[in-house]
Design a binder for this molecule. Structure first.
Ligand code: TRP
Length: 331
């Protein structure tokens, strides 16, 4: 059993890419590991200082985690801002994070470029807060995408530096955990790249999209003019639709459209109709559970209280020990 920590910023609803890329694997990990999954609401303030309906967004993401099978009894599911110990550890870790290394972070440079009107200090120290999230539970495994690997590298740097500075072997070094062959990359609908909410309107299918919205998005997916001769390799947009079919539909359906394509008889409209119905069949039960949970105030209150209690127990122990290591002592 290893300790796992992963966080997700509450910036919108979860889509099929999140489901197959992360959540489905979280649900498996909670059976074997000591898992902490949290909603990184402090982090979201670095890009959205005045969030529009923060509470509602957090509620949705919580309902989505729960509706897709994260079990609050098995994993510790919590809201970052419910655990003030994280803020204290961040403050302490800030003292051994150097300006130069923070300025060199790719994500900081990227954000400084895209939001030049709001290059706040939180953006600069984002990696320190993220490191605190991880080391506060002494995690070893951090399931994150490629784009977060540099942050993990910085987390290791800060953890090692703390150990060296105070001559202790206190924080272990966490590693980015890649789901390997269990990682199913879901392409988006606009022809290139993976599914993502920031990739443009209609690129992502959200777990709570109603059937008519799913149909509309799938029917508008980018394709091409069709193969001109048998054996012609598929263009990226068409390859993407076949990938979606292979994940969402049964084998016969995939074989059927594959044959149609190879014989140059493919009708993308038929393929999309089938794909849309198969996505709807898959998401409908999840959607129903998510919406049901999102409207259940009592249940959400119970879940977040339990999560905060478990997360704070783990976090408070670390902060207490860190204080002792540094030399803050009670009189
Ligand atoms: N930075 C992560 C992202 O943007 C979210 C995150 C915050 C996180 N704290 C974390 C992920 C700790 C893993 C562990 O996706």
């Amino acid at each position: 059993m290893q300790t796992v920590v992963s966080g997700i910023r509450p910036t919108g609803n979860l889509h099929l890419g999140n489901y197959f890329g992360a959540i489905r694997n979280f649900v498996k990990m909670q059976e074997v590991d000591r898992c902490f999954f949290f909603i990184a609401d402090y982090h979201s303030l670095t890009t959205h200082p005045v969030p529009n309906d923060l509470h509602g967004t957090i509620r949705n993401v919580l309902a989505e985690f729960l509706g897709t099978g994260v079990d609050p009894e098995k994993a510790t599911l919590y809201v970052q801002s419910d655990v003030p110990e994280v803020a204290e550890l961040t403050l302490i870790m800030n003292m051994n994070a150097y300006l130069g290394e923070l300025l060199r972070s790719t994500s900081f440079k990227e954000k400084a470029r895209t939001q030049p009107e709001n290059v706040n200090a939180g953006l600069l120290t984002y990696p320190v807060l993220m490191a605190a999230d991880i080391i506060i539970h002494k995690a070893l495994k951090v399931p994150v995408g490629k784009d977060q690997e540099q942050h993990l590298e910085m987390t290791r740097t800060f953890a090692k530096r703390f150990n060296r500075m105070y001559h202790v072997e206190y924080f272990p070094e966490p590693l980015a955990y890649n789901f390997g062959e269990n990682l199913v990359k879901i392409p988006g609908l606009n022809g290139s790249g993976k599914m993502g909410k920031s990739e443009g309107e209609g690129n992502a299918i959200f777990l709570i999209d109603p059937p008519e919205v799913i149909r509309k998005k799938v029917m508008r997916a980018v394709t091409d003019t069709g193969p001109a001769e048998p054996g012609q390799p598929k263009s990226e947009p068409v390859e993407n639709l076949f990938t979606l079919i292979s994940v969402m539909s049964d084998l016969q359906t995939l074989d059927f459209f594959e044959e149609e394509y190879q014989a140059c008889r493919i009708r993308y409209g038929d393929l999309k109709k089938q794909l849309a119905e198969d996505i709807i069949r898959f998401t409908a039960p999840l959607r129903e559970k998510i919406l049901d949970i999102a409207s259940n105030e009592d249940y959400l209150r119970k879940v977040t209280r339990l999560g905060a209690e478990k997360a704070r127990e783990s976090a408070a122990k670390t902060v207490k020990e860190v204080r002792e290591i540094i030399g803050f002592k009670a009189f």
